[in-house]
Design a protein around this ligand. Structure first.
Ligand SMILES: [Zn+2]
Length: 476
């Protein structure tokens, strides 16, 4: 039996003495994911982060007898760190996280920055601390807490990849390469997700998929005087607006083609209602709305469902337009827009990608040159039904670590690995959770890690690993 108070004390100490200082060092390293740093191998930042992680984890191996660590590097691919911790019984638990980072983004507050670690109260600001640098440390601190008390657990494999923010395109190769070691996990723990607040444990029950692409609209071979040409030459920006209107209703933001929707399971609707009740206004206030700006809906449950189970479009980049200060009266030759279409968890992402192309490329207005170059797509994920032992374990763990019951909710982002694992191991149970709560702003400016939540999530993992082993003594 796990002594939770003792585990909490151990984990708090480990975070304070070692994990937070190591994450401070980690934030300084600009190890952007390969999509944002195609020369990552030459730059060496990814290796620097791997060395930092490896150094800390290796120093813990002595306290985890029989454990081994390997940095695996398939040719031409981002590395992965695999820590293999032997346990009792024949089961395997897979614990997952990533160490690559999103790019800088603009808008950091004065004195803050992506590569500037800054501790302020309970928060550690900087890129990647919460998404997802803490994961390996959280997982290992949980295992160390179990070992300290001699509480048995199953064999654990901690897998940390370096390509997640690019869609995990290297990961399938490692899953194949490491299939003997990954085995057939009966439990998967993913520490790369969100939490609705910092007051209780949040379990992610679904993730959206994503289809993306770059839409280019060409109308001229070079820009011309707008006074001379407007009214004769169609504006590429106006054509972009028309094409986007095929995809979404500009009045409501609803995606239009019905093929991009899927039926929301009744239990997920009920869950969304529960999550909305637990969250209250946080559903809206967690976002840094500019003064006076209203949300797309006032209905809390609808807002939760919109962001977790419905397709939604974001235009995330635009090219072909000069900065306002440089803009003369010119009708521009082309407009290019990066489109990011979030998809319902159960939708086929690849088919959604080709549909996206068909919708945008067919019958171009004015026979303009319209092409959609598809980017990577990722499938969403819908959790399998929770086994009774795990439901009880999570209730106990949330109570012990947070003093409150757990909450369940779908998340709006994607974690490609969960879809891969869900398909490969349909019998596995999943604990998908994380520290990305209100204002933590992963991917944006002023990202922070809420340290107390990182500690509490680590305690939860310790409890779940103990219960997972205990359950296999019984019914299995
Ligand atoms: Zn992440």
């Amino acid at each position: 039996m796990l002594d939770v108070a003792k585990a909490r004390k151990f984990i708090d100490q480990c975070w304070a003495d070692e994990i937070v200082p190591t994450l401070v060092e980690y934030i300084r390293i600009p190890n952007k994911s390969p999509s944002f740093d195609p020369d990552w191998a030459a730059h060496g930042y990814m290796d620097e982060a791997v060395v930092l992680f490896e150094r800390w984890a290796r120093s813990k191996l002595a306290s985890l007898p029989g454990a081994s660590l390997e940095v695996v590097r398939l040719p031409g691919r981002t590395p992965v760190i695999v820590v293999d911790i032997p346990g009792q019984g024949s089961d395997t638990v897979l614990l997952y996280g990533h160490l690559d980072k999103q790019p800088e983004m603009v808008g950091w507050a004065e004195g803050y920055g992506p590569w500037v670690p800054r501790l302020q109260g309970d928060k550690l600001f900087g890129r990647g601390g919460a998404d997802d640098g803490y994961a390996m440390f959280g997982a290992l601190s949980a295992l160390l807490a179990l070992r300290e008390q001699g509480v048995p657990h199953a064999r654990c494999v901690v897998l940390i990849e370096a390509c997640e923010e690019s869609g995990s395109y290297d990961l399938p190769y490692y899953v194949d390469h490491l299939s003997d070691r990954i085995d057939r996990p009966s439990l998967v723990v993913c520490l790369d997700s969100g939490c609705g607040n910092y007051d209780q444990l949040w379990l992610t029950t679904s993730l959206r998929g994503i289809a993306s692409g770059t839409l280019k609209i060409g109308v001229l071979t070079e820009g011309v005087h707008s006074g001379h040409a407007s009214g004769v030459v169609p504006s590429s920006f106006r054509i972009l607006r028309r094409l986007l209107s095929r995809l979404e209703d500009e009045e409501t933001g609803a995606v239009r083609p019905p093929e991009f929707y899927s039926q929301i399971p009744a239990e997920r609707v009920a869950e969304a209602r529960g999550a909305a009740a637990a969250l209250g206004d946080t559903v809206f206030t967690e976002y840094p709305f500019a003064p006076g700006v209203a949300a797309m809906t006032e209905d809390l449950t609808e807002a939760v469902l919109n962001r977790s189970w419905r397709p939604q479009l974001a235009v995330t980049g635009i090219a072909g337009l000069p900065l306002p200060v440089d803009a003369g009266n010119v009708l521009l030759p082309f407009t290019e827009a990066k489109l990011s279409l979030r998809l319902p968890p159960t939708l086929d992402a690849e088919r959604a990608g080709s549909l996206l192309r068909t919708v945008l490329e067919k019958d171009p207005p004015y026979s303009a040159q319209v092409t959609l170059e598809l980017g990577p797509s990722s499938a969403g994920w819908n959790a399998p039904a929770l086994a009774p032992w795990l439901e009880q374990s999570l209730a106990r763990a949330s109570q012990a670590a947070f003093g409150a019951p757990p909450a369940y909710m779908g998340e709006g982002g994607s974690i490609p690995f969960m879809a891969m694992l869900g398909e490969k191991f349909p019998q596995a149970q999943f604990v998908v959770t994380g520290v990305l709560g209100p204002h933590s702003n992963a991917h944006g400016p002023n990202e922070f890690l809420h340290i107390p939540t990182g500690k509490r999530v680590s305690v939860v993992i310790a409890q779940v690993l103990a219960d997972h082993h205990a359950r296999s003594d019984g019914a299995g």
